[in-house]
Design a protein around this ligand. Structure first.
Ligand SMILES: Cc1cc2nc3c(=O)[nH]c(=O)nc-3n(C[C@H](O)[C@H](O)[C@H](O)COP(=O)(O)OP(=O)(O)OC[C@H]3O[C@@H](n4cnc5c(N)ncnc54)[C@H](O)[C@@H]3O)c2cc1C
Ligand code: FES
Length: 509
């Protein structure tokens, strides 16, 4: 996914455009020299920032202005119109910013400015000097990046039992696995970032214990590290099936880059794959293996893929979409054994397979928190500031259960953007910049060329109101309970999805 930025579109904004050509709350894409620039208006004020999202290159002009921010249409990153700063993930790098000037009924884009980014933290007595992050994934990385961006200059250590520096995990089931994205797209930052930012990244190291009284953690290499603030961001791990053959060399789960590399290596000589589980990850893997011309069979116990999360309409759509691409489904069935060459199903049927990927969900990694005596309830319990019941210990990402103001319930989700945003907010709170975590949950999933976006959170609903046409890939589905919209899924209705998210933000502000 990347926008074509070779030929800048629209008018030359340095020569000026009529003030009326941009309405209040509107945007215009133009250029200054070879650079694509977004001109946005709020009342009498005009702002000019880079037009291309720094996440995957989404066209910001096709997004939405909300207050003095612009939201990306693809995965809802949020940029400041005043400074270009990437305020909310998934974009983590700012876009450029220009000054503007209005005269004679025209607005001109003038100088490129070097705006202030972050920098809200000033150390004072009682400020933390040592921050430790357990986990090198979405939440851990976003927290570390934000801590430095806000001006934290004390000791910052990130301990990860992965062998790779933080990666763009969603890519592992999509373009990278499909062979359409090079490996250099996968790391969230290059290796030099950690040295430049003085982040002591300790890979292949497990945090084995936390002593919350002494404010110290023990590591698998025998070291102990003291902390003033600790962020737990240990994520989740794939569920393994209790069936014979799960340990065979051609059977994989997918979480880390090394898992993905192992699947790619096996796929090089595979003719037929069986994917166990019709989860998002399972089906994204199915799509990526089809892109490698491997025959794919999906086995899952449910009647329709994704029905529990997204309902029958999206379930049927997703099934048809995969069938159009040649995937064969074996629904309402499960695997009872995996052999060297075959998978045996409960119904007695056998499917030949030289590659098996198990995508049957994940379990949050809670052992560390439980051992430390932290409050847990199907997740690590945190308050609205993402702090656990132990002072100075925060939790974010797939492990955290937080009080969600939109649903009014304590929820835990497994979404990339939520994990990153929680990491960002935990960073602010570890610095004492008290900010509530009140983001509306958002996730996306991609199947072939079809992205599905989802805002809000609905574990159960009594009605799905469909607007548009699901089969035609042009729809908004509202999941309602007693008339109240809890969540909304959409396909190719990006602005609607952004508007609904903004409305949900306002409703619980
Ligand atoms: C293949 C794949 C595709 C996905 N696609 C999407 C998508 O399209 N959209 C979406 O919204 N979500 C997607 N997700 C989900 C998303 O990636 C997760 O919600 C997100 O990564 C959670 O972030 P996290 O920081 O909580 O955990 P993780 O990113 O898993 O990071 C946890 C880190 O902690 C480390 N760790 C664990 N225990 C310890 C310990 N004791 N000591 C030290 N380190 C430890 C791990 O090695 C890892 O580095 C996908 C997930 C996968 C696996
Ligand atoms: S491309 Fe902009 S948020 Fe992903």
């Amino acid at each position: 996914m990347s926008a074509d930025t070779n030929e800048p579109k629209g008018p030359d904004l340095s020569s000026g455009v009529a003030v009326e050509s941009v309405h209040d709350g509107g945007m215009l894409q133009g250029h200054v020299g070879q650079e694509s620039v977004l001109l946005a208006r709020r009342g009498k004020d005009f702002f000019a920032i880079g037009a291309t999202c720094t996440h995957y290159g989404g066209p910001l002009a096709e997004g939405l202005v909300v207050g003095d921010t612009v939201r990306c249409p693809w995965h809802h990153a949020c940029f400041s119109l005043r400074t270009g700063e990437a305020l909310h993930a998934p974009a983590l790098s700012s876009v450029a910013c220009w000054s503007t000037e209005s005269s004679g009924g025209k607005v001109f884009v003038r100088r490129k400015t070097s705006p202030k980014q972050g920098g809200r933290f000033t150390a004072k007595g009682g400020s933390p000097r040592r921050i430790l992050i357990a986990g090198g994934g979405a939440a851990g990385f976003a927290a570390a990046e934000r801590l430095r961006r806000e001006g934290f200059d004390g000791d910052l250590t990130m301990v990860s039992n992965d062998d790779a520096a933080p990666v763009d995990r969603p890519n592992l089931s999509k373009d990278y696995l499909a062979g359409t994205a090079p490996e250099e797209w996968v790391p969230l930052r290059g290796d030099d970032f950690y040295a430049e930012q003085r982040i002591d990244l300790r890979l292949r190291t497990t945090v084995t214990d936390i002593d919350v009284r002494a404010r110290q953690v023990s590591l698998s290499d025998g070291n102990r590290l003291p902390y003033d603030r600790l962020l737990l961001a240990t994520g989740a791990e794939p569920v393994r099936l209790p069936v014979p053959g799960m340990d065979l060399a051609h059977v994989f789960t997918l979480r880390a880059l090394r898992d993905c590399r192992a699947i790619i290596a096996r796929a090089a000589n595979a003719r037929r794959a069986v994917v166990l589980g019709a989860s998002f990850i399972g089906l994204e893997v199915a799509a990526s293996l089809r892109a490698r011309n491997i025959e794919v069979h999906v086995v899952a116990p449910e009647k329709r893929p994704m029905e529990r999360i997204m309902g029958a309409q999206i379930g049927d759509f997703v099934r048809n979409l995969h069938e159009e691409h040649g995937v064969v489904f074996h629904l309402e069935d499960t695997a009872t054994a995996i052999g060297e060459r075959q998978v045996t199903l409960k119904t007695g049927r056998t499917i030949d397979a030289d590659l098996v990927v198990v995508g049957v969900g994940v379990r949050p990694r809670l052992a560390l928190a439980e051992k430390a005596g932290l409050a847990t309830d199907r997740g690590v319990t945190v308050n609205e500031y993402l702090e656990t019941n132990a002072a100075g210990v925060y939790a974010a990402g797939d492990i955290a259960r937080w009080p969600d103001p939109h649903s009014g319930s304590s929820i835990r989700v497994e979404h990339w953007v939520v994990a990153e945003r929680q990491g960002q907010i935990a960073a602010l709170n570890m610095l004492g910049l008290k900010e509530r975590f009140d983001a509306v949950p958002f996730f996306w999933s991609q199947h072939y060329d079809v992205p599905i976006n989802y805002v809000g959170h609905a574990e159960a609903w009594d009605e799905i109101a469909v607007e548009g046409d699901v089969a035609a890939r042009d729809c908004v589905l509202r999941y309602k309970s007693q008339g109240r919209v809890l969540a909304v899924a959409s396909i190719y209705r990006d602005v609607d999805s952004l508007k609904i998210e903004a409305q949900m933000e306002q409703e619980s502000a």
